[in-house]
Write a protein that binds this ligand. Structure first.
Ligand code: HEC
Ligand code: HEC
Ligand code: HEC
Length: 89
């Protein structure tokens, strides 16, 4: 019985962690590390659907996504668009 309670608690804990996104994600690359502050974007933009389609989940951020979607929104909303605004050595 005690063990069952423990397992249930453990599963609940894991479940909660899956639903919470990392606050800050960094992408290392040869042009210079890019830091994405997920929490700041969340707070600024309020609507998850600005970036996530359907249920929010992991997005594979590669060069194409970054220079298209990240930069695309920055152009519209006056976010950083210069190379070194995002890439820091
Ligand atoms: C500015 C765009 C943007 C907004 C707004 C945004 N997200 Fe995200 N989210 C991302 C990106 C990009 C990733 C992938 C980060 C990475 O590389 O791990 C992500 C990842 C996630 C993940 C997966 C985390 C992981 O590592 O598995 C969850 C869950 C998530 N977001 C939830 C939310 C929720 C809930 C909201 C709204 C309250 C939200 N996001 C708003 C861009 C955004
Ligand atoms: C839907 C719109 C939107 C998307 C998508 C988005 N951003 Fe932004 N981002 C913004 C806005 C708006 C700002 C300016 C925030 C401010 O001035 O407070 C910003 C600011 C930033 C900053 C500067 C933060 C600072 O401390 O000054 C960085 C770096 C950044 N974004 C990286 C990214 C990356 C990397 C991605 C893609 C993974 C991304 N953003 C996707 C809207 C977006
Ligand atoms: C909105 C933020 C942002 C801006 C502006 C931006 N980048 Fe990027 N860039 C990224 C992200 C995020 C990645 C993906 C990094 C990864 O996959 O590790 C990336 C990837 C790259 C890569 C690939 C590196 C590799 O190792 O494959 C190069 C090269 C690059 N960017 C050059 C540039 C240049 C040149 C500019 C200016 C003309 C620029 N970037 C502007 C965010 C940005």
């Amino acid at each position: 019985m005690k063990r069952l309670v423990l397992i249930t608690l453990l599963l609940a804990f894991v479940g909660i962690n899956i639903a919470i996104a990392a606050d800050v994600v960094t992408y290392e690359n040869k042009k210079g590390t890019v830091t994405f502050d997920h929490k700041a974007h969340q707070e600024k933009l309020a609507d998850c659907a600005k970036c996530h389609e359907g249920e929010p989940a992991k997005i594979a951020v590669d060069k194409g996504y970054a220079h298209d979607s990240c930069k695309g929104c920055h152009k519209e909303m006056e976010g950083p668009t210069k190379c070194n605004d995002c890439h820091k050595k």
